[in-house]
Design a protein around this ligand. Structure first.
Ligand SMILES: *Cc1c(COP(=O)(O)O)cnc(C)c1O
Length: 225
């Protein structure tokens, strides 16, 4: 085994154990959790190592970078786009990504719908609107529900659930609890969007405690960027 592979393998085992522990504490099954390895800024050779180690879900933030890496992996790799969307990049993003986590505008959804045959998406919620990191304001649940309804009428898009990033300088625990509450309220009228994409290297245990089904982990597996 190469040094790099041994290094990544060790870090991955540790993350998998922490996921197991967090699931045990939350009385959840690990089967409920999809681990997305966030490979942004890391070379395709690292993604290949993760693939050899059994991972299939990879997350990227930049179209230009991901569009070069994704074709190098076998077809059963599942690529997640989680970065902020620029409308003029959507066409390219649609070609290499399988799941888009960062839809927060109807205009982006409509454009994506016209560019793709089928695409799974998450709707990004901005838990702190002062941060400018994207996401629908969650305060007005009716607005959010309206956006969901409009997107549901687009035949090529399938909404899996809500996505969020914990705001800086806030207890992630509280942020994910709030996200889970929003998700539960929405579920009463939209039972199809049961997934929650939340949790990164520094807060994934809190996300699992509050119902995350998709966790996005980069530096804890691949090292500092
Ligand atoms: C970079 C990024 C991650 C992974 O962050 P780490 O702290 O490296 O685990 C997860 N989600 C989003 C939206 C990101 O931009």
């Amino acid at each position: 085994m190469s040094t790099r592979k041994a290094e990544i393998s060790g870090a991955l085992q540790e993350v998998l154990q922490r996921i197991q522990r967090a699931c045990d504490l939350a009385r959840r099954s690990v089967e409920e959790i999809t681990l997305i390895a966030v490979t942004k800024t890391f070379p395709a050779s690292d993604v290949e190592i993760l693939y050899e180690l059994g991972l299939r879900n990879f997350g990227e933030n930049r179209d230009q970078e991901a569009s070069l890496k994704a074709p190098l992996l076998p077809d059963d790799a599942i690529w997640h786009f989680q970065g902020q969307i620029q409308s003029n990049k959507l066409k390219s993003i649609a070609t290499w990504s399988d799941v888009i986590h960062s839809i927060d505008q109807l205009s982006h959804a409509e454009k994506l719908n016209s560019l793709t045959s089928k695409k799974d998406i998450f709707i990004q919620v901005g838990l702190d609107q002062s941060e400018n990191r994207g996401g629908v304001a969650p305060e007005n649940l009716a607005n959010l529900a309206n956006l969901v309804d409009s997107i549901n009428s687009l035949s090529n898009l399938n909404i899996l659930g809500l996505m969020a990033v914990a705001p800086l300088g806030q207890e992630p625990e509280l942020a994910f609890k709030r996200l889970n509450e929003i998700s539960k309220k929405l579920l009463t009228t939209h039972p199809e969007m049961a997934a929650i994409s939340a949790g990164m290297s520094n807060d994934f245990e809190a996300a699992i405690a509050h119902g995350a089904t998709h966790i996005r982990i980069g530096s804890q597996i691949l090292g500092v960027r």
